[in-house]
Design a binder for this molecule. Sequence first.
Ligand code: SF4
Length: 478
Amino acid sequence: MSSLGRDLRIDEVIAGEARLSGEGAVRLYREAPLHDLGRWASDMCQRIHGSRMRTYVIDRNINYTNVCSAACTFCAFKRDLDEPDAYTLSADELYRKVSELAAIGGTQILMQGGMHPELSIDFYEDMLRRLKAKFPAIHIHGFSPPEFVEFVAVFEIDGYPTPGVKRSHELPIDVWRGKLEAIMRRLQAAGLDSIPGGGGEIFAEHVRRRIGIGKASAAQWLEVMAMAHRLGMFTSATMMFGHIEGLRDRIDHMLRVRAWQDRAIEQDWPGRYVSFIAWPFQRENTPLGRLPEWDRESGQVFPGDELAELIAAGKVSALDKGACDAAAPRAGKVARMAGATEYLRMQAISRLLLDNIHSIGSSWVTMGPKVGQLALFFGANDMGSVMMEENVVSAAGTTYCLTEELLCKLIRDSGFVPAQRDNRYNLLRVHDVDGPDMQVSDWSTQRARKLHIEQRHAAAEGETSNAVTLTIQSDTAR
Ligand code: SF4
């Protein structure tokens, strides 16, 4: 064990007998050799998950609408209501997508949209009820916290005010919580099973106000998840890093997740965060991606780090925009992109820091299959989903897509047995001897596939609904 490892009592952290502090995480990022980080995170992963199996899930991302009232600077997906390629899926289209998923043995859908300002709670209840009636075995993992925050703003619910688009924050907190609970209970009763951790990005307020324009604050995001946990739903947490944020902002983000999970455990809420996944920002087609890139060789302190350090030292309030701008005028004006090693470092640190979160997911969708495979040696126990369809990250330039056979092969080639799981990480099929990858005799037919991406036909004359006809790209090999 290195002196750094001894200083931070890494052996005890791995054994679950001590906690890594935020300061310890900063030191790990700055001082630990990459291979030490990988070994320590792997050891912790093995303590929690054993050394035999690594998991994946078969689900489908369904982005039911790209209409969104927010204007996040990292987003290439959202459209305004009146844009020609704005869409909201019809019920028939949803059914067809879920049928395709069921046909390949899928078990869940991940359903997220933009924050549509004009859909009512009746639309969502109807959609959930009809999906559950038609596909009772499919788990519905849907509606990220920013969508819930907008639901509180725009849904008309008896006994509660309706402040209007993006004005959720104007409600007194107890009214806001009451309305959120009423909405969440209704959607849960209609068939919603769990909530995905989309929209987490970076919680630090000084970063969030620059990148997540018009969507949930960090406090609202965490409150939505706490409500879900109180109501017995299991959720994930996410982090999108590698843009304007400082290192301490990333650590602060993970510590907030850990603290709220501690609270859920202490209060014995029936739901929990069950997984965490972090990925680097994808810059293509996004306003944030047009920021000049930080020159790592300049020898100067990255402006995002400069501001994060001042805030951590209590010298500037993250909530005071003027003070932040004055203290670090270049913060937010230059981006520090994250590559493969930075991704692996952060993932390893997330495993060591988030000792109360069951699963750490590999982000092969953004990093590519090979780095995603390497992530299994940096603390990840789960390869996520066979990706039939994805529209949000792919709009920003990511197009990786794998079959179940390829996903199993990546896991097996890493020395683990692939196992299909459900949303709660229960094992459904363990592929010791008969894995999908073992049936393949010609791997040239199993190359990476095109993602299904929604494309809108020109609206028919006289069309009044914003439900659209869609062009479906077949999942054929490139
Ligand atoms: S990231 Fe989500 S909330 Fe933000 S603009 Fe895009 S669709 Fe809307």
